[in-house]
Design a protein around this ligand. Structure first.
Ligand code: GLN
Length: 276
């Protein structure tokens, strides 16, 4: 017989190998799934549980991942910026790329702090709750067209102790909103209808949060015309973009009378536009 470690340590090695064909991050996925099956944090697992017996539930979780289900749907949680969010089928999973928007907002406000924050297409509350964590005096409104997403967002706000500072409402981007905001955040759908996506995204995440017409720009055309009306004096709006979309979205924004600043993500790709 081989000399591989047994128990949890061995399961991590074995699971990593099995996930290689379906994942870009098989070791991380294996750690998150095994820790979830054990009911402990990843850190606690590495420190204290490598010699434990393999949890019985692990095999079912690995089977779901092998069917391309995202790890965040299997564990029900995803870390974003300084917070952790509950997520599940029907909501877009927070991406590290979207942290670029929070960084851009922090840079724009500097020593100031936005008092009122609007998140258009909030999903599970991702950008709004990360911003409220950053600015503890701020109040915010999250809007989404999906009631499934709004349920997650409200639960996340409550779990983070932010329910009194975060309101959520069903809506169609900025339509019907009367208030003005110092900071507006939005990660709209921006994938072109014909564009390919990894199976874990295409098969499992909500198309309504991903696709935006033939060129992926439909929702920018709907969002940007409302922004001037929704921004308070001195305010700024930060929009996530696909990495090839800096020019066309900037053009829509300039036509709407905005000055535009581009921000890149950690992979050095265009990822966010600040409109002022
Ligand atoms: N960045 C996401 C992806 O590549 C897309 C999110 C979006 O369309 N807003 O899957």
């Amino acid at each position: 017989m081989g000399s591989s470690p047994e128990g949890v340590g061995g399961a991590l090695i074995d699971t990593t190998k099995r996930l290689e064909p379906v994942s870009d991050s098989p070791r991380l996925d294996a750690e998150l799934l095994v820790a979830h099956a054990l009911g402990v944090s990843r850190e606690a697992m590495i420190l204290r549980h490598l010699g434990d017996p393999v949890p019985e539930d692990l095999e079912a979780l690995v089977a779901r991942r092998l069917a391309h289900e995202p790890v965040a749907y299997i564990t029900g949680r995803r870390a974003f910026w300084t917070i952790e969010l509950a997520v599940g089928p029907g909501v877009l999973i927070p991406r590290p790329d979207s942290e670029t928007l929070i960084e851009a907002a922090i840079e724009y406000f500097g020593a100031r702090a936005p008092a009122r924050i609007l998140d258009l297409g909030t999903g599970p509350g991702t950008l709004l709750l990360a911003a409220l964590a950053e600015w503890p005096e701020a109040q915010g409104l999250g809007v989404d067209a999906s009631n499934v997403a709004l349920d997650y967002a409200r639960r996340n706000a409550a779990a983070l102790g932010m329910a009194a500072r975060a309101g959520f409402q069903h809506g169609d981007w900025g339509r019907g909103i009367e208030a003005r905001f110092d900071l507006i955040l939005a990660n709209p759908p921006y994938i072109g209808t014909q564009e390919g996506l990894p199976e874990q995204v295409r098969l499992h995440e909500p198309g309504s949060a991903l696709f935006a017409g033939a060129d992926g720009l439909d929702d920018y055309r709907r969002i940007i015309p409302d922004l001037r009306r929704l921004l308070a004096p001195g305010g700024g709006a930060v929009l996530e973009i696909g990495w090839t979309q800096a020019e066309p979205v900037s053009a829509i924004a300039r036509n709407g009378g905005f000055a535009v600043t581009l921000y890149k993500d950690l992979g050095e790709r265009p990822r966010a536009l600040l409109l002022t």
